[in-house]
Write a protein that binds this ligand. Structure first.
Ligand code: MN
Ligand code: MN
Length: 465
């Protein structure tokens, strides 16, 4: 081998360059990257809504020896607990042996809701040989992407008698699927000339749920009656029960490897289960001297509002209850706590290079990505992490051998976005964003790298050390 020149050595020593994690990983590490992805894909397929992700996470926690915690319960070092909030969010935590007032908590905050098409409260009608459900979309979507693809319906209905039933249709091979119509190109001249935000309007996102008329001469709206009769037989539902229902249409596809080399994963809802799953498994799999919490919350996609969103006091109450149970002053605890706000960021996409600034973009497979700040137009709305805290986290990652990178979401003034980071930072908790870069974020099918997924998991382990 030719010896490197002095300048070359100096350049390597002084310059910063992102590394592709696959390239730096040895054979054993690469196997671990691929193996970890299998568990993740199974989690994606089994949990498409926040309710399902909450239930599945609790199931996995139970298997790992965790038990349910309620406010007021006693706690001691070594306890492994989960706290369920209304069946839509869950916090899985371990009590560490370190002094809570001095050490604080280590929080990993992710979300388990994802953009989707929600069914309205009075949704059912028939028109021209088809029966539809009217909808109102949830989260930031490009509406045209949700037409002409197979959809599944998931949700919960509270019947008149107070009984709650769960619905999931469209995931099994033998299940029917549902559908949002699009216009044929032959008649789509005017549509295609319009603005992309308008080519499919919100009120056109009607989901086809039937086409067979009820066999009767007397009644009108026979297809609708047929659907109602089916719902009644299957679930005991009447039309009025939609009033107290939460039903969502989500893509019916399963998570699949993408590419000949299977380096990438395509799936619905990587945002943000690609952070929630590593947060959950890190806390389930690894012991820690710290008190560590994996927070899987709801409603991030619509502003973290409500009783299950990160702005709800319930999470602060939980941290306070844990502090009280351990005889610690909550103000001291949170002042010494540290948080990774774990949400996805945009991966640099060479097909849309103009909206990125490449030097400060997340490059696929270069590891999980830290965003010191989010927000838009002059960092507005961002929780800008301090250099001191970033330095601290950077040191943890270096010690844990984590391949990671840093980025902004898009170039300056191209757009932007927010996460739950600011809500935790507002509690006087040092917080920085860290998450997996995603291609086609918020599309019905998003793509991530297996390397970045595993890097995210390793980052959480390093943070818990
Ligand atoms: Mn997100
Ligand atoms: Mn999102």
């Amino acid at each position: 081998m030719v010896e490197k020149s002095k300048a070359k050595k100096l350049q390597e020593e002084l310059s910063y360059q992102k590394k592709n994690y696959f390239e730096t990983a040895d054979e054993k590490e690469r196997k671990a990257i691929y193996a970890y992805a299998e568990g993740y894909k199974a989690y994606l397929d089994a949990a498409k809504t926040e309710r399902e992700a909450c239930a599945l996470s609790v199931e996995l926690a139970k298997k790992a020896g965790f038990s349910e915690y309620h406010f007021g319960d006693k706690l001691k070092a070594g306890d492994k607990k989960y706290f369920i909030n209304r069946g839509k969010s869950v916090v899985v935590f371990r009590v560490g042996k370190k002094n809570l007032e001095e050490d604080g908590m280590r929080l990993i905050a992710s979300h388990i809701d994802a953009p989707r098409i929600d069914v309205k409260q009075n949704p059912l009608y028939e028109d021209s040989g088809m029966c539809f459900l009217k909808t109102h979309y949830y989260g930031g979507i490009k509406k045209y992407q949700w037409t002409a693809i197979p959809l599944a319906l998931h949700g919960a209905v509270v019947l008149k008698n107070g009984k709650k039933i769960e619905i999931s249709v469209g995931e099994k091979e033998s299940d029917p699927v549902f559908y949002i119509n699009d216009l044929l190109p032959h008649l789509g001249g005017d549509q295609m000339g319009g603005k992309a935000g308008k080519i499919i309007e919100g009120e056109q996102l009607n989901v086809v749920v039937g086409g067979l008329p009820y066999a009767d001469e007397e009644v009108s709206d026979k297809i609708k009656l047929g659907v109602l009769a089916y719902l009644h037989e299957q679930y005991g539902m009447c039309e009025e029960d939609f009033l107290s229902a939460e039903i969502s249409a989500v893509p019916a596809d399963k998570a699949r490897d993408v590419g000949f080399d299977r380096a990438l994963i395509g799936a619905y809802g990587h945002d943000d289960r690609v952070c929630a799953y590593p947060a959950l498994t890190a806390v389930l799999n690894e012991e820690s001297d710290h008190t560590v919490l994996a927070m899987l919350v709801d409603k991030e996609e619509i502003g973290s509002e409500g009783t299950t969103g990160m702005q709800c006091k319930v999470y602060e109450d939980l941290m306070e209850e844990i502090s009280i149970a351990l005889g610690a002053n909550f103000r001291k605890v949170r002042a010494h706590s540290k948080c990774l706000s774990s949400d996805v960021t945009a991966a640099y996409d060479p097909n849309f290079a103009s909206v990125y600034e490449k030097m400060n973009s997340a490059i696929l497979s270069c590891g999980t990505c830290m965003c010191k700040f989010t927000g838009a137009r002059g960092k507005s709305g961002a929780s800008d992490a301090s250099a001191e805290f970033v330095g601290e986290v950077r040191k943890m990652f270096a010690e844990g051998g984590v391949v990671w990178q840093t980025a902004e979401l898009g170039k300056v003034d191209a757009g932007g976005g927010g996460t739950v980071a600011k809500f935790l930072a507002n509690l006087n908790i040092d917080t920085v964003d860290l998450g997996v870069p995603v291609i086609s974020m918020h599309a019905p099918w998003e793509v991530i790298s297996k390397a970045d997924l595993y890097s995210n998991y390793k980052a959480f382990l390093a943070f818990m050390k």
